[in-house]
Design a protein around this ligand. Sequence first.
Ligand code: GDD
Ligand code: MN
Length: 367
Amino acid sequence: MPQLSIIVPTYCEAENLKNLIPRISQVLKDSDIVAEIIVVDDNSPDETIAVCQTLAESFPIQLITRKQERGLSTAVIAGIDAAAGEFLLVMDADLSHPPEAIPDLYAALQNQGVDFVIGSRYVNGGSTEENWGWFRKLNSRIATWLARPFTNAKDPMAGFFAISRHHFLKVREILNPVGYKIGLELLVKCRCRNVVEVPIHFADRTLGTSKLSFKEQLSYLRHLKRLAEFKYQNYAYFVQFAIIGLTGVFVNLAALSILLHWLIRPVAIAVAIWISMSTNFLLNRNITFSYARHAPILKQYLTYCGSCLTGAVFNWLTAETLCRSFAYFEQNTLLAAFIGILTGMAFNFILCRYLVFAKQNTVRDEG
Ligand code: GDD
Ligand code: MN
């Protein structure tokens, strides 16, 4: 029975595997670690599968070939599902992650109370290749910065990490990652507190090509949205709702400035309101409350309009009541109006969240 399972997701990594597997094996031998290596390949069109089968004659490799599915995160989960070790370590196949760091990550994970270990580029002693251009550096920094609300780890985007099986099993059923960042998903969902970062040097791949496409980067944003909803729940929905509300102000003013050329003012204002309400509806349906985007649109749109109207009535009532009841607000009408806006928005939000875009069991829960 292996103590450690090393999961290596691959897509077209034939040449790299030939180097990686013997290097891992040497490291394990030198440090007396009994481990299995699980390669999860998504039916690569190159020689990956054949190379892996040949290597399996000399090394403790289990090859999982997935024919129906593609994707780094789900490949890692499939690998962990098949793993036998009590400790799990995930790393890339392209030699960006030094196999020589495996014993350090493994040792750190065995320390009392440690939940999660990262092979980290961004702690003291860690590094990336010096030839990274400014764009790549900036890209990596922004992606890391966007993960700040979810974790204090310095390198939460790392694909080189270790976690114990019992920790993993606690959240197995609620994992729902899109794209690349399975490490971040685990950090957040496991509510990992004691995270240790072992410094590593992240080398650039010399063989094969990166699969991190622009599409994957967009997936990252969708992933962040899901994590925000998981961690912050209604606050996360409200922030999205508020941002979209703000875009509505601009849509409204832009539409009005155009419409005024053709229509008389009262009509132009009404049409501008209708346009911005409709764009807000579409944005909320597809982004904020995207879990409800498969529900029939017409009924949803009409209830949305009703909800906005209700919000507007509460807005008006609040502002008017404040002005009539307090001399202070009578003199500061704008402040009363602002509080009215907030109240109306809160009502509108609650109606949207629980009525217009209500979560139904039959609706696919995807962000
Ligand atoms: N099974 C499977 N399916 N494996 C995949 C897939 C897929 O769809 N896409 C990529 N992989 C494998 C690659 O073969 C490689 O072993 C590993 O996942 C990482 O893929 P790369 O294409 O080399 O990614 P990268 O170098 O751009 O990104 C790496 O560094 C990032 C930090 O800079 C990854 O480790 C990321 O997780 C990490 O965030
Ligand atoms: Mn890589």
